[in-house]
Ligand binder design. Structure first.
Ligand code: GAR
Length: 207
């Protein structure tokens, strides 16, 4: 059984998609052992409570240094024995101590087709605003392993979403979530749980 720890900052619809996939039997051999929010008001915390999932808030600003913050996150995940960490709408840029500790065991969902509209400053609605401003006709979502460079780790899975003439950033965000994010995130976790992801350099082979 793969034990997963989930990192969130907000609404938690991706977290909910994972919970739903487990509850409906679409994601097996996987257990959510903890949810960590960077934000005490995140609705994701409420969702965790409803599903009886362990949930805590760990805030960077409560620690004297960034290293102490990272160490607290590491200690928490280790105490819970997690085998995979899922960043599901986690809006904190996390340091190398944490990333090295869980090398090739942290995945992130990003709401664009990387390498478009990603990296520092591209998160949440800003990603969709940028896609509409550029006038691209196709966007989507990407799940990738997390490395020290923001949104640059090995890509595991992507799903395209067509942009419509009437799209606003909010409408596009919703469609990218529904059509892409909520599908490819549970699917990736399933592959990881079944040891079917092999990282070779900056590539991921699905076995
Ligand atoms: C999602 O669209 C996720 O892809 C994005 O934030 C949203 C969180 O929604 N993540 C990033 O932008 C990370 N760079 P949720 O809390 O409802 O899952």
């Amino acid at each position: 059984m793969l034990k997963i720890g989930i990192l969130v900052s907000g609404g938690g619809t991706n977290f909910q998609a994972i919970v739903d996939a487990i509850e409906t039997g679409n994601l097996v051999d996987t257990e959510i052992v903890t949810l960590v929010s960077s934000n005490p008001n995140a609705y994701a915390l409420e969702r965790a409570k409803r599903h009886n999932i362990d949930a805590v808030c760990i805030r960077k600003k409560d620690y004297d240094t960034d290293i102490l913050y990272q160490q607290a996150l590491i200690d928490h995940m280790k105490n819970k024995n997690v085998g995979l960490i899922v960043m599901a709408g986690f809006m904190v840029v996390i340091g190398s101590l944490f990333i090295k500790e869980f090398e090739n065991r942290i995945i992130n969902i990003h709401p664009s087709l990387i390498p478009s509209f990603c990296g520092n400053g591209y998160y949440g609605l800003k990603v969709h605003e940028a896609a509409l401003k550029k006038g691209v006709k196709v966007t989507g979502a990407t799940v990738h392993f997390v490395t020290e460079e923001t949104d640059a780790g090995p890509i595991i899975m992507q799903k395209p979403v067509f942009i419509l003439d009437e799209d606003t950033p909010e409408l596009l965000q919703k469609r990218v979530m529904e059509e892409a994010e909520w599908k490819i995130l549970p699917r990736t976790i399933q592959l990881f749980a079944h040891n079917r992801l092999k990282v070779i350099g900056n590539h991921v082979k699905i076995l």
